[in-house]
Design a protein around this ligand. Structure first.
Ligand code: ADP
Ligand code: MG
Length: 629
């Protein structure tokens, strides 16, 4: 006699949610049922170590019946007793149902596995689910059946083998919502779902597959027959011993799993055992994906639990600065089937993420040390991510990344690290010099380089937009501050010279003030320069925002009006200074015009736009005419 029972209240709500959800990943029902079968096989296998109830071969078998619209999934695992049927399929006595509900509403692909309600996912595609099962611990077999609408029936039945058969009667297609369940009845779809989600399940997942032979003789009809096939490859590459895996196997796997045509630039395969146990298989692609820097780009690693695919891009497993890394993490700690509270899982994942980050970094450090050429190749493709990494989050990661960044310098056409730079510094050099510009040549031509060149100091070339922003966060390397050759005061001249200059500045105060007045709305100060040697003038920025940063901000999508403070420096040793002095005595009015010309020239040298090109042009022409008279 069949007994009819009600689902526990919690379960009822959940079932309703399942059935009515607009969940787009309905296909995961197969993953869930196969996982349950695989667990049951695990359990039986385990029991068999102490018990005689051993199957010849543990397996999962899938059958499709197009007429009855059924998918049948059979395993020869432990099976269920009547009590277990009631407790395990009639109840969801688990914490976290509230989070689950929210998850379903958010269409989170992983949520079903996380909360151990996998079995219920069958109702997303089925109008009826029937379970026929015989437990290795009980001689009677039982049949459990439900259409998911609040109640289920249990009755005795007969079954020869131990194990469980789950029969899904698929729902009818719904024209209104365009829901179509027929595809789940095709061999092709089942095959691809097994490949996608369950390829690495340890037991064979079999199905009778239709095959066609085409005879050589074209007049004969093709012969169709059915053959049992194992759909999954069972052993994941990453579970095998590193020493047994060839480069070709890694490459093939990478290309297939991550849809790349090229072989990976680097493979990092790690097995970790201990408090958290996991395997990670990571790849650095040879070329950066074209959308790596677009907002649409999704970073992340594939996540597996004991060989079962859970999700494609888990973004928490990779920091932004390693966003270009592809690969997967397989952990048994984050079980599909043993449900835990979200928080706990998060903690495990965070630990893994920390380890993954460390591992990638360690590999890069090793590459830099042992194979600089390869590292430079890596750096050319991905280096800018590391610079952003230093800049982001107000520098929380700067210690981790500062030894991985590199620059070309005024003395070196190859990249040098900050450590290289500091090691090569002469004793008396107290700061790390950098200069921003588009190219090495344009930087070398800057008037501000005069004295630095004379001192023969090396200068880091900042050619990426991010560089100056990054260095403002980095501030120091070891004990050395960073100093821009065109910002703030530079400490390049000897004490005596400096004192003389300070004296001269006082002496010429009224001239300098006149120049400053002429440029009152342009610059914050006009000074005698301590960095120029051959050039007449230059513009430098005060502390804070630099002129390079101003240019970058101006070009950003939501343009920023922030302006650098500008200081005009005049070379006291240049003839132009004498000219200004003489002019100040004889024709004080002309001095103002000269100030404007000099300021505009300095702007041009810096690559900044002129505020008023017409005025500048007129002043130049006026000067040319007068000069010839
Ligand atoms: P979980 O697998 O996370 O425990 P499910 O909802 O997927 O949650 O399954 C509920 C329970 O039903 C399982 O824990 C297991 O005890 C039982 N079960 C489901 N499918 C099978 C099966 N094929 N063989 C034996 N037991 C099963
Ligand atoms: Mg399950």
């Amino acid at each position: 006699m069949a007994k009819t029972k009600q689902f526990k209240t919690e379960s009822k709500k959940l079932l309703e949610l399942m059935i009515n959800s607009i969940y787009t990943h309905k296909e995961i029902f197969l993953r869930e049922l196969i996982s349950n079968a695989s667990d049951a096989l695990d359990k039986r296998h385990y029991l068999a170590l102490t018990d005689a109830s051993k199957a010849d071969e543990y397996e999962v078998f899938i059958q499709l019946d197009n007429e009855k619209r059924t998918i049948t999934i059979t395993d020869n695992g432990v099976g269920l007793t009547e009590e277990e049927l009631v407790n395990n399929l009639g109840t969801i006595a688990r914490s976290g149902s509230k989070e689950f509900k929210e998850g379903v509403e958010n269409d989170d692909i992983d949520i079903i596995g996380q909360f151990g309600v996998g079995f219920y996912s069958a109702f997303m595609v089925s109008q009826n689910v029937t379970v026929i099962t015989k437990s290795v611990n009980y001689e009677q077999a039982f049949k459990w059946s439900s259409s998911g609408t609040g109640s289920y029936t249990i009755s005795e039945t007969s079954k020869e083998e131990y194990g469980t058969t789950v029969i899904l009667t698929l729902r009818d297609n719904d024209e209104e919502t365009e829901e179509n369940y027929d595809e789940f009845l095709t061999e092709h779809k089942i095959k691809s779902l097994v490949k996608k989600y369950s390829d690495y399940v340890r037991y064979p997942i079999k199905m009778d597959v239709t095959k066609t032979d085409y005879p050589d003789d074209k007049d004969q009809n093709p012969i169709t027959y059915s053959e049992t096939e194992t759909l999954n490859s069972m052993i994941p590459l990453w579970k095998r011993n590193k020493s047994d895996i060839t480069d070709v196997e890694y490459t093939d796997f990478y290309k297939h799993q991550f849809n790349d045509f090229e072989e990976p630039f680097k493979v990092i395969h790690t097995k970790v055992e201990g408090l958290t146990t996991y395997t990670s298989l990571l790849f650095i692609p040879r070329k950066a994906p074209f959308d790596l820097y677009s907002e649409k780009f999704e970073k992340g690693l594939q996540l597996f639990s004991k060989g079962v695919f859970i999700m494609d891009k888990n973004k928490d497993l990779l920091p932004d600065y390693f966003r270009f890394v592809r690969g997967l993490v397989d952990t048994s700690d984050l079980s599909l089937n043993i449900s835990r509270e979200m928080l706990q899982q998060d903690r495990q994942l965070k630990k893994i993420a920390t380890n993954v980050e460390k591992k990638i970094r360690a590999e890069l450090e090793k590459m830099l040390k042992n194979d600089r050429e390869t590292y430079i190749e890596f750096y050319n493709t991905y280096g800018i991510n590391l610079k952003y990494g230093i800049y982001e989050g107000f520098g929380v990661n700067k210690e981790k990344l500062q030894d991985l960044i590199m620059f070309k310098t005024t003395k070196n056409d190859e990249f040098v690290t900050l450590k290289d730079y500091v090691n090569a510094m002469p004793e008396e050099q107290k700061v790390i010099y950098y200069a921003s510009g588009k190219t090495k040549d344009s930087i070398l031509a800057l008037p501000q380089m005069d004295l630095v060149k004379e001192k023969d100091y090396e200068v880091l070339l900042f050619t990426d937009d991010i560089d100056e922003f990054m260095v403002n966060i980095l501030m120091k390397y070891e004990d050395f501050e960073f100093k821009s050759i065109n910002q703030g005061d530079l400490d390049l001249v000897d004490k005596e010279v400096e004192e003389k200059l300070d004296e001269l500045s006082k002496e010429k105060e009224s001239l300098l003030n006149t120049l400053k007045e002429a440029l009152a709305d342009k610059v914050t100060d006009v000074k005698l320069s301590k960095r120029l040697k051959d050039s007449p003038v230059c513009l430098v920025s005060g502390e804070g925002l630099s002129m390079e940063m101003e240019k970058v901000l101006k070009n950003m999508p939501n343009a920023n009006d922030a302006k650098a403070t500008k200081i005009l420096e005049i070379n006291p040793n240049h003839e132009i200074f004498n000219t200004l002095e003489t002019l100040y005595e004889t024709k004080p009015d002309s001095v103002k015009k000269y100030a404007k010309i000099l300021y505009n020239q300095a702007l041009l040298i810096e690559g900044l736009p002129l505020d008023n090109p017409v005025e500048f042009s007129n002043l130049m022409v006026e000067l040319m005419i007068k000069g010839n008279k």
